[in-house]
Design a protein. Structure first.
Length: 159
């Protein structure tokens, strides 16, 4: 008994080939989400340390720690944005893959859903990487600020 035209082996192979690009995107997004969560954990550790330091700090040190907490809050917000965007990209990529397997690519409505989902996934992925870039730049600025503070402190002790 021959297979219907929509499920011919060549058509099935074509759908599987097309589904590979989204699978690679899902792998990349999962890796990015792992990086984002690791960085968020490090920011949380710094928040805990700064909050603990506030308890017995003198007014000058309390001001510095308060500014550090504000800075860490902005960093965590950028990581939250990156996580939401990457997760949205992953969900829409999954919908695109499901659309491939459920619908026929020749159907205009299915093709529109596929195009919209995969396009949105790519936009979210690029935006997530952009948000991550902002957080990385913020972290670098924080490191440079800390180095400057340590150098000022060391110069103050030497004088």
């Amino acid at each position: 008994m021959p297979l219907p035209a929509a499920t011919a082996p060549d058509d099935i192979a074509h759908v599987i080939q097309i589904a590979l690009a989204p699978a690679f995107l899902l792998t990349a997004l999962a890796t990015l989400l792992n990086v984002f969560s690791t960085r968020l954990g490090r920011v949380a550790d710094k928040v805990d340390a700064a909050a603990a330091g506030l308890r017995g700090a003198d007014p000058r040190e309390a001001g510095r720690l308060s500014r550090q907490l504000s800075f860490l809050r902005r960093r965590s917000f950028m990581l939250d944005v990156a996580v939401v965007l990457a997760s949205t990209g992953a969900v829409t990529t999954g919908i695109a893959v499901l659309t491939l397997f459920v619908g026929a690519l020749r159907d205009a409505a299915t093709a529109s859903v596929l195009f919209a989902c995969f396009g949105l996934a790519l936009i979210c992925t690029v935006a997530a990487v952009g948000a991550f870039l902002v957080e990385i730049l913020m972290a670098g600025r924080g490191i440079r600020d800390e180095v400057d503070r340590q150098q000022e402190h060391a110069e103050g002790k030497g004088a």
